[in-house]
Design a protein around this ligand. Sequence first.
Ligand code: FE
Length: 286
Amino acid sequence: MNTPIDTAPARLLRKVRGTATSDGAGVRLTRVIGGHELPDLDPFLLLDEFGTDRAEDYIAGFPSHPHRGFETVTYMLDGRMRHRDNHGNEGLLTPGSVQWMTAGRGLVHSEMPEQESGRMRGFQLWVNLPARDKMTAPRYQEFAPERIPVVQPAPGVAVKVIAGRVGDTVGPIVQPATDPLYLDVALEPGTAWAYALPDGHNAFAYVFEGAVTVGEGEDARALESREMGVLGGGGALSLRAGGGGARLILVAGTPLREPVARHGPFVMNTRQELMQAFVDFQEGRF
Ligand code: FE
């Protein structure tokens, strides 16, 4: 059980609605972090939600592109995505699976849908790396749904623990630098759950089905489907589902508090490192 700790309860500080955009070869998505409304939430640099029934919104996928200096986390809800990189790594992301890719010093990869019809739905989150880890060797942590533990911490509440801890259950992802929490929380209509957010982390909740009330009493605020709430205040986070139930991701990480020099798929600490990333990529050193 996750016993609420005795500090001020966590509150919804701010609501963010994503902005419709497209990326890759024209994949339609909603940018929640990384747009003008919320450029970042240290250590999180970007959150995209993709969700559509229309093949033309995703079929062109994300052809060959580089990354350096951070991690990309893909969590698939529906649909299948084929992943390939220039180091010979390849994998198929199936519904419910997660890929936590540490780009480190760099790789070039493609992420292409492996279906021509039906629903494609999921999230991509970018997590920054501290200066000491930016040039680390690329690494994958990839887990099929059966390897992601599911717990029921309260009646009518089911939580997939991708990263972090719920009670005694620990998610499979390991990343000491940012100590991430990544939960997929499903609440049946009218149910509630209180969860003690990790101390000192930045945290957010993004509702992708239904609606929840965040906080208790005077601090209680509603969060509707496709709204993200930036959370603060430390202690126990109280979530209560509306009449239609709710599904959300709850994500937290240790802020790095380092300078960010960022352009497109490169995220470094200084402008000089950023320039070097372009040169290294152009000269084939990824
Ligand atoms: Fe990518």
